[in-house]
Design a protein around this ligand. Sequence first.
Ligand code: CMC
Length: 430
Amino acid sequence: MSEFAELKINDKIYILPIIIGTRGEKAIDISNLRKESGFITLDVGYQNTGTCKSAITFVDGERGILRYRGIPVEELAEKSTFVETAYLLVFGKLPNKTELAKFSASLTESSLIHEDMLNFFNGYPSGAHPMAILSSMVSSLSVYYPDAFHLFEDDIDSDVNVPRLLSKIRTIAAFSYKKSIGEPIVYPRADYSYCKNILNMMFWSYSKPQEPDTFKVKVLEKLLIVHADHEQNCSTSTVRLVGSSKVNLYASICAGICALWGPLHGGANQKVMEMLDKIVEKGYSIDQFIEKAKSKDPNCRLMGFGHRIYKTYDPRAKVLKAVCDEMVKKYGVSEPRLEKALELEEKVLKDDYFLSRNLYPNVDFYSGILFRMLGIPTKMFPVMFAIGRLPGWISQWKELHSTVPFKIGRPRQIYIGPEEAHYIPIEERK
Ligand code: CMC
């Protein structure tokens, strides 16, 4: 195959290099097109635009494949831990025993937040969305750790700043939950693993002083692993774009959290649960709901279905569906939302509207049910997604900063507003 493409505009031919990825993905490099021809490309929603070369995550949406640093997500969900997977994403390889022990120790050492930050929680009204609290708190970390302004310029970055953020995000998340229910906060424990600490900080209380259930800890590990990275999605692209201005890591991650919050992205898990709640509590039939979703009313999409990249079953949803089954078997819970979800999935997968558009369940369809089974309140679902996605954001941010030549992200546009106009004094305006 030739290693360049020809673009003919009017009578002139432009030669454009072709870039081929590890798995044969093909791209036409148009970096110099405007300089040479005066043309830009227009691609609303970036449906057909690559913004970087990346060695972190591979997704094949047609075949339902997701790999971190080459390792299938199913394998990691089964055999790894979230901390090990985070290391893999950020540092590019699985850690050996010494590296993992050192990384885990750094996470433990960094798990507290500055006590002054506890005052911030009191400033939020009750009922504040925990994603608003999380994003503000993460941004606030930048004033407590100004050394992060020089992240990745020397070795302290990997040793200090990465574990610091990974560790503190779960503490902030758990504290915001405790504050929201008016209970005293529970500090992280040095003898607990990353995920065990999350459940302990959220659910341990003086009136119910129970150690987290080992099986539930494992479920949380899997949930976080499947969320850990997903290449250039909306929030990750946001982290890269904001990071490309050379702002500090915390500010870049704060922007990613805000992007993730939206219902078309990481906020979908909350919306899936609210949809299932409505179905169960209001007694809607699944058929009614499906018909409503097909009506094209922008306010009633079937949440948890469809994906920009996956045109088959989302591999993350497959992993989580199996975990749901294990949870039901283990605890014998009858979760009416899960029953409704299964009925919904079965009907959707036979419906022409969804089949013809390749709309399959995505990760958020089952993650919400699992978070619910773990006892996590609905508004906290996107926060759990954010904790899971953090290693991906950090690794993408780190990769961005090692790109040569480094470029600030700055898309172009096609202007369609008025021609040159002039200021009209207010008295003369109609
Ligand atoms: N329910 C009903 N119709 C849908 C849905 C849905 N969930 N998703 C897409 N469609 C239809 C859409 O109306 C359009 O139909 P037509 O071709 O007749 O105009 C067609 O399918 C293509 O949809 P699109 O909006 O052009 O696709 P997109 O790639 O721009 O959007 C999506 C992808 C995820 C935003 C969308 O499928 C959606 O809104 N899904 C529900 C929200 C959701 O579950 N989001 C979580 C995604 S997974 C977590 C993550 O990685 O972010």
